[in-house]
Design a protein around this ligand. Structure first.
Ligand code: SF4
Ligand code: SF4
Ligand code: SF4
Length: 255
């Protein structure tokens, strides 16, 4: 996806469409039961529009947040059971049946995306999967289809990058001269254009290196001092291998 913050009017139609397309309950807590008003991504919100404003300068901008579908996803590296995988169209999928709720993915994600279902008795993680069920039917992501001003569009990454660079070239006064996600954290499949600094919109200034390398180092440190019961270890290892093989087979099928 390519999201252009300078086009977004903050109507939040994409938020409602996301919940409807993914059969997610609405989060009406902050509005006393009236409106879907999540304060951040959470178990009821895979997609959120936030407002940045600086009252002293009058500077303001909207920003859309959801999974970035990283080229080298840290969530997939962190999950020892293979619940996350990069699949067809580069979608980073999440398979709840493989998840034991350890929340390593939540800690590993450089964009704070996977959220835990705190309200459920058997909690899993929640995150955008690029409307994979709609794409399988030949449709686009719900947020892209509903946007009334084309602030978020869907397509091949190289086409979206070309479009983004064209906009920068055609109207340099309008934009910060960078496509966020082209290189950050090793590159993402959700790309951003904006008229204010990306950090002000909550998009961190990462370098070009993918995050999974750091995750692996942390994992090794954790596992070195981790004395698990043998039965649990064997069980986890078996599940991990089964899930990894299933993911590999699925990936090969889609290549
Ligand atoms: S943004 Fe987070 S959850 Fe999404 S693919 Fe990247 S690491 Fe995974
Ligand atoms: S792609 Fe689908 S799941 Fe992801 S933010 Fe858009 S509507 Fe929500
Ligand atoms: S539907 Fe489009 S214009 Fe409205 S808030 Fe979402 S991205 Fe912005």
């Amino acid at each position: 996806m390519l999201y252009d913050s300078t086009k977004c009017i903050g109507c939040k139609a994409c938020m409602g469409a996301c919940n409807a397309a993914n059969e997610l309950e609405l989060d009406t807590e902050a509005s006393g039961g009236l409106w879907h008003t999540p304060l951040d991504l959470n178990e009821h919100a895979k997609n959120i529009i936030k407002l940045y404003q600086d009252e002293s300068t009058g500077e303001h901008a909207y920003v859309k947040r959801q999974c970035m579908h990283c080229l080298d996803p840290a969530c997939a590296t962190a999950c020892m059971l293979g619940a996350y995988a990069k699949r067809e169209h580069g979608i980073v999928t999440y398979e709840p049946d493989y998840c034991i709720g350890c929340r390593y993915c939540e800690m590993a994600c450089p964009f704070g995306v996977p959220k835990f279902e705190w309200s459920k008795l058997a909690p899993k993680m929640v995150k955008c999967e690029l409307c994979k069920h709609r794409i399988a039917e030949g449709k686009g992501p719900a947020c892209c289809e509903v946007c009334p001003v084309g602030a978020v569009i869907f397509g091949q990454r190289e086409d979206l990058l070309a479009e983004a660079h064209k906009r920068l070239e055609d109207d340099p006064e309008r934009y910060v001269p960078k496509v966020y996600g082209e290189h950050e954290a090793g590159g993402t499949q959700v790309l951003y254009l904006a008229g204010v600094e990306f950090e002000k919109l909550g998009l961190p200034a990462y370098g070009d290196e993918p995050v999974p390398g750091t995750v692996r180092t942390v994992q090794h440190a954790i596992y070195q001092g981790f004395v698990a019961p043998v039965a649990l270890y064997v069980g986890l290892a078996a599940a991990m291998l089964r899930n990894r093989f299933a993911n590999e087979a699925d990936r090969e099928e889609h290549q």
